[in-house]
Ligand binder design. Sequence first.
Ligand code: ADP
Length: 624
Amino acid sequence: MKKNKQTMTLREAMRLNRRALGLIWRREPQTVLSQFLSVAWEALTPYVGIYLSARIIDELAGSADAQRLQTLVWISLAAAACIALVTALLKRWRETHSAGQWYKFEALLGEKMISMDYACMDDTATQDMLQTIRDNMNGGAWGITRVLYGYESLLRAVFTMLGGATLTVSLFASAVPRGSAYAWLNHPLAAAAVVALMLGLTLLAPLLTTKAEGYFAKYSGVHNLSNRLFGFYGFLGYDRRLAADMRVYRQDLLCDRYNRNKEDTFASNGLFAHLARGPMGLYAAAGAAVSVSFTGLAYAFVCLKAIAGAFGLGAVTQYVASITKVSGGLSGLLAALGDMRNNAAFLRLTFSYLDIPNEMYQGSLTVEKRSDRKYQVEFRDVSFRYPGSEQYALRHVNMRFEIGERMAVVGANGSGKTTFIKLLCRLYDPTEGEILLNGIDIRKYNYREYMDIFAVVFQDFRLFSLKLGENVACKVDYDPARVRGCLEKAGFGERLAELPEGTETYLYKDYRADGIEVSGGEAQKIAIARALYKDAPFIVLDEPTASLDPIAEAEIYEKFDAIAGDKTAIYISHRLSSCKFCDEILVFDAGAVIQQGTHEALLAQEGGKYAELWNAQAQYYTDK
Ligand code: ADP
């Protein structure tokens, strides 16, 4: 059973909470301000009612002057009305800003993921870390989502204590008349004993409650697992992609699988139910019992003084109410500090994620913007292992090519073609060796500028359920004429002409009922249009056509060759026929470039890998 280690000082815990608050403040100052102001207001205003009610009771129990009573009632009503109005305004302000707060925190994590080095993002350890942070957030609202709540509780407690203390001071100052049997209540030691006892009970209650709450933090890992399983199994039925299979195979399997999940902490025989019946429940109950004892003690002390004649009936209600509130405030303060401490371990994890450094952004050299697009790229003895992998995906790759050329990268699946492109585009840095652009190590260039020179259509490119134009331009404000031009070049012109809303048409039906579905081939044309829109000097097609037959693929590649114009085009395929028109063909095998040359030259090398692959695949296209 995975437990959350909590060896952290209160000081460190508060430092993490402060840092988190600072982060939220910089992103959402109005949220913080509206939340804090409304909390302070809500904590202080009840005392106005307590004070005025006490004065009315005093007046009723005393001289009962009608004029004075009327004035007091009017003041009470006016105060109540003003307080209600301001409360409503503050609440509205607060709700406007706090709505969707969860998604803002999700966005914070997402932004970090987007800005992270690709290699780090792709690392399982990073993905696991993010998943744990999100599970903590969604399971027990631990982490950044809890920070404002903690400060809110802290503030509420402080203001409640301040207001209550102001109305309680006179309880101790009002003396029992001399000669009364209760005159001993005037003795400073009596007051001190009562205060000490009250303080003791006040401190004990939140300690017990925090101890009970601590079980949730301690077993968050178990809770998260259940949440994760529920998040997976519980929503499978909504997934349109699974709908057909589910019907054909009657996949009750999934529901049964979830129902039989022994780890389910939510079930009545689960871990938390077990804890609630055991120590966690006992601590919570003891906390509640201690709070009630406190109220009993407060009543006893105040009533004794009132019976002895220290003050009137109105004051009794005032003191009992305010003293209970002071105690509640102090308990709240300790509970808030306890909760913030419990949360600190989760914040530490969140910050270790947010603080992951960008190693790749270090370079500062400007990439020369050449109008002739003349660049030269060289791989110098490049070897590469994926993070956490023992096996080399690329081994001693040496190659050089001039821009403007058509280059093909061919080889069997898993031979390293995509990895080669990922290194070229600097999604990863080589483990050994270096890649040079115009003679300079690409790590020395400004990362963003370097990325600007590549447009890649990856094998697993993704289109979004957004407007067609936005999909092509990857921008909300796009140039419709340019988008149309690129779509036409990519072969999507005919379909585009049929769309009444043109480039404004939504793809898929996730957000709009009139969104269009596109076939695999059409999606690939849109992806190619996206690469054209970027207008980068390098354009790479990484088998985006894998679902097409070899002949259709070869046609697309040859057509693309015309579209690419003066750009340098790199084609990747495991189908040799697609790339035979290229000036230069690299043949990959088990991570190494084993042959390099034109189609004719490579085919002429008898016994070579290229000739072997070509002959093996020839059956697909010799007929044609
Ligand atoms: P190709 O594009 O020729 O099909 P890849 O470049 O995708 O081949 O893969 C080369 C090798 O690297 C394969 O053995 C593959 O399993 C491995 N590989 C690819 N991506 C990763 C990754 N993210 N982590 C670990 N290994 C990977």
